[in-house]
Ligand binder design. Sequence first.
Ligand SMILES: Cc1ncc(COP(=O)(O)O)c(C=O)c1O
Length: 398
Amino acid sequence: MNIVWQSNQFQSTSIPTTVFNSFKPSNLEQVLNFQSTLPNYSQTPLYHLDNLAKHLGVASIDVKDESKRFDLNAFKGLGGAYAMASYFAQKLNLDLGNITFNKLMEAIKDLEPVTFATVTAGNHGKGVAWAAKTFGQKVKVVLPKGSSVERLTAIQDLGAEAYISDLNYDDAVVEIAKQSDEQGWILLQDTAWVDYETLPLAIMQGYSTIVAELIKQLDRKHISQYTHVILQAGVGSFAAAVIASIYNQTVPDPPKFIIVEPNKADCIFTSIKSNEGIPKRVNGPLDSMMAGLACGEPSTIAWEILKPTIQATFSCKDVISSIGMKQYANPLNNDRSIISGESGALPLGVLIEIMTSKALFNAKDSLKLDNSSNILLINTEGNTNPKNYDDIIHNKLF
Ligand SMILES: Cc1ncc(COP(=O)(O)O)c(C=O)c1O
């Protein structure tokens, strides 16, 4: 089986207001106000894949293309930059909702540079390295074992001190958290755990920029037009930020939120599948080509958001992402061609499989995916692993 799926027995209208309240429409506006003053900021494009929608038998497919974000090839810089800004705003008692990047830089110019530290499969570390460079700070970045040298070099090129560890992602996070405590570095991790939630929440608020922009881009249409939002998850912070932001704009009639993951690192799927209602860790080498999604343990804050809101979760072999990558690269008729990397393309691969595979008829039926469905996808990364991208697009793999 290339895909297995699970509907969510924990879905509920009783949602934890503390985390959801960080993603209210007013929060989204404040975050966007600051983010839009960052150097090289521009809104990422929203594409409509009308021919593919017709071909698959759905009403519409919209894709927000985050591969264009800050020239970083992925959305992740949004989180690193906003969390770094929040760190300084809190230190100096400034209101980020009412300050520009230039004003913040003026306020921090006499402070000693801070050393930030993080573990990353690639994109988050690149985002934090870029943020540190932009804010004039120092940064240490650790990549888990098996990371590609291209990803390491891309981070070093931004001025970060970086190396590939011999630990997997989750173990490397534990190690850097310990070192940060000992060395006085500020840990800027894109996942939360008990007692470490403030900066991960700020990172997620940074991601809400995607939804804040989308609302503006929809023009006279409203975000409630979407019936299904399919989101890829590593630790779940990205998906949770998008879900909480959309949920608060569409309650009491939110879209169906669907989570997709690699089968070797399907911690949200496993958590939903267990009867316990608590986040579950997946062990092992987490060896998927979807490096950004290869995380074994859900973020605690993300889990609080995902648990009551998602409709279903899908656990997928790498081949499903390759289907999405190829479809994005070779569009139907005059649909836009989109460069989408391994972690970016999984939601489209899953959508194609649900709509075309007899084995997934139950999923299609239960999720009510049909010719009245308006689907939102987010391409979270471009071509971040050139050799693998090339092999897939030229049918040398799969
Ligand atoms: C390209 C890409 N997409 C999606 C994700 C998933 O984000 P999260 O770990 O917050 O679930 C990541 C995480 O690094 C990523 O790099």
